[in-house]
Design a protein around this ligand. Structure first.
Ligand SMILES: NC(=O)c1ccc[n+]([C@@H]2O[C@H](COP(=O)([O-])OP(=O)(O)OC[C@H]3O[C@@H](n4cnc5c(N)ncnc54)[C@H](OP(=O)(O)O)[C@@H]3O)[C@@H](O)[C@H]2O)c1
Length: 249
């Protein structure tokens, strides 16, 4: 296999960090650029351990001008970028009456518009250079199912899935694949406080999940790793669920 260069956003913790570790440890041809809001010890250790195969760049994805410059810089430094995993995202848990329009705008700006910006930039580079490429958005089961107090998040993820399907159809002929990966409830950075402070809700999520447990970040990383791999050569415009059976009900 030959060198593959990929970007992973929101790589500081949770699912994004697990994806970066998976890609670096399971395939030595992967060169990964992680973009996230802040640096931490684990990221510094990964830089030391993997040397030129892992580079961390500190940036918010909603700083769209900076992100565009970063992607141009990566393209110049590494040669062409093969895949982008748009994982960074935020959540807001409030009723509709408590959610101001500014909260809807803010969640939409980070979870949707910022990712559309990254996809547009990456698509234009792929078209210019006439190369095949692969974009994976991390969505959520909330993108396609109704949940109490998650309407802002639902708007952002369902819009992202809508963009993904249209872009997949528009760019399939240029060998640009776009898909979404929609996790169910996953043991990421918020899970401990969720279990302690929202015990009833946590118990409800366990009852509602046919597998009877939350998923692990590593389980999501394994699916993501396949979805951006060269083995995934015919899937585009699809949302794949990794949710312990939640959406099968
Ligand atoms: N965990 C779940 O149950 C679950 C379920 C379905 C979908 N998802 C989706 O999976 C993705 C990852 O979730 P997670 O639970 O792993 O989240 P997480 O543990 O909160 O980690 C999110 C990462 O993204 C970074 N980030 C947040 N906002 C950013 C921004 N504006 N620009 C750049 N980086 C930013 C954070 O930076 P810092 O390290 O500086 O905080 C952090 O490293 C999200 O899109 C989420 O919606 C999660």
């Amino acid at each position: 296999m030959s060198k593959r260069v990929g970007i992973v956003t929101g790589c500081g913790k949770g699912i994004g960090l697990a994806i970066v570790k998976n890609l670096l440890s399971k395939n030595e041809d992967n060169y990964i650029i992680g973009i996230s809001k802040s640096i931490n010890l684990e990221l510094k250790d990964l830089e030391k351990f993997y040397g030129e195969r892992f580079l961390f760049i500190k940036s918010k994805i909603d700083d769209t001008e900076k992100i565009n410059k970063i992607i141009d810089g990566i393209n110049q430094k590494y040669g062409l970028i093969n895949f982008v995993i748009c994982n960074a995202g935020i959540r807001s848990r409030l009723s509709i009456s408590e959610s101001s329009l500014d909260i809807y705008r803010n969640v939409l700006e980070i979870n949707t518009i910022s990712n559309i910006n990254i996809a547009k930039k990456f698509i234009s580079i792929s078209l210019e250079n006439r190369v095949a490429s692969n974009i994976l958005f991390v969505s959520s089961i909330v993108g396609s199912r109704g949940f109490d107090q998650l309407s802002t998040y639902a708007v952002s993820k369902s819009a992202l899935e809508g963009f993904m399907r249209s872009a997949a159809v528009e760019y399939a002929k240029y060998k640009i694949q776009l898909n979404c990966l929609a996790p169910g409830f996953i043991e990421s950075s918020y899970s401990e406080s969720f279990k302690q402070n929202k015990k009833d809700l946590y118990d409800w999520t366990i009852q509602q999940t046919p597998m009877g447990r939350w998923g692990k970040c590593e389980e999501i990383a394994d699916v993501a790793s396949f979805m951006i791999s060269e083995q995934n050569s015919y899937m585009t415009g699809t949302t794949i669920y990794s949710d312990g059976g939640w959406t099968a009900k």
